[in-house]
Design a protein around this ligand. Structure first.
Ligand SMILES: [Zn+2]
Length: 242
């Protein structure tokens, strides 16, 4: 079997790298100073650099199945995503955090399907998205809504990280919720005021906007997660509000 991967590695080094060598060497000399933490789904069709027109040194990226943020529970376990959030906020001092879900997300779809035997870590991980799932039959619209609700849920979880909440409330950090529609090549950005996702082509900000001025969930049930639920209209028959 020809080792195509080795050929690609050689092509990168021989053909591509010489053209960007200076840029990378500067990033080594000066260190990285990315301004954005990008939390995205691992899906191969989501390409953060293409979406944002960014290159080396500009995005600090953490990706996982369904772009989930574990709750800040103080348990100090092997929490890769939580560690990346702490690194980005406390060591790198990023000013923006993007949570990017997408259409046709297999992780979200799995919420409506039987678990795969042996995929015990996957099943446990996806429980972090369970709250976004709707008690309805799986339809394209239900999946889209669930994908978007899941993004908002992660924004709320981020606010449970003390270092995130502090900075958001003092205006030093902005949160952005994105839903990327693969087939349209368009990101829909979460608009806190309307409680809905707006296509970037029609939006006047890159998502969530003045999050720092928005009410945060104080346990009274008035958080953004509930706002988006209302914004999506009355629940279909038989659907319980979550
Ligand atoms: Zn996905």
């Amino acid at each position: 079997m020809p080792d195509e991967l080795l050929q690609r590695l050689r092509r990168f080094h021989d053909d591509y790298f010489p053209g960007v060598q200076d840029r990378f060497q500067n990033l080594v000399r000066d260190g990285q100073h990315p301004n954005i933490l990008f939390i995205g789904c691992s899906d191969s069709r989501l390409v953060p650099y293409l979406l944002t027109g960014t290159g080396p040194g500009e995005l600090f990226i953490v990706r996982n199945v369904a772009a989930l943020v574990p709750p800040h529970d103080g348990s100090a376990g092997y929490h890769g995503t939580a560690a990346a959030i702490e690194f980005a906020v406390l060591r790198l001092g990023v000013e923006r955090i993007v949570v990017c879900g997408h259409s046709h997300c297999g992780g979200i779809r799995a919420l409506y399907e039987e678990d795969v035997p042996q995929a015990t870590n996957l099943a446990a991980w996806l429980e972090l998205a369970r709250e976004a799932a709707l008690p309805v039959q799986m339809t394209p619209e239900a999946l889209r809504r669930t994908e978007q609700r899941c993004v908002v849920l992660q924004l709320e979880r981020l606010m449970g990280y003390p270092m995130v909440r502090e900075r958001v409330e003092s205006g030093r950090l902005a949160l952005h919720g994105w839903h990327y529609v693969i087939e349209d090549g368009e990101v829909h950005v979460f608009d806190l005021r309307s409680g809905s996702f707006v296509p970037a082509s029609a939006a006047d900000h890159s998502g969530t906007g003045p999050f720092d001025h928005a009410p945060v969930d104080d346990g009274s049930g008035t958080g953004i997660f509930n706002e988006i639920d209302e914004a999506l209209g009355p629940a279909p028959r038989g659907e319980a509000q979550v």
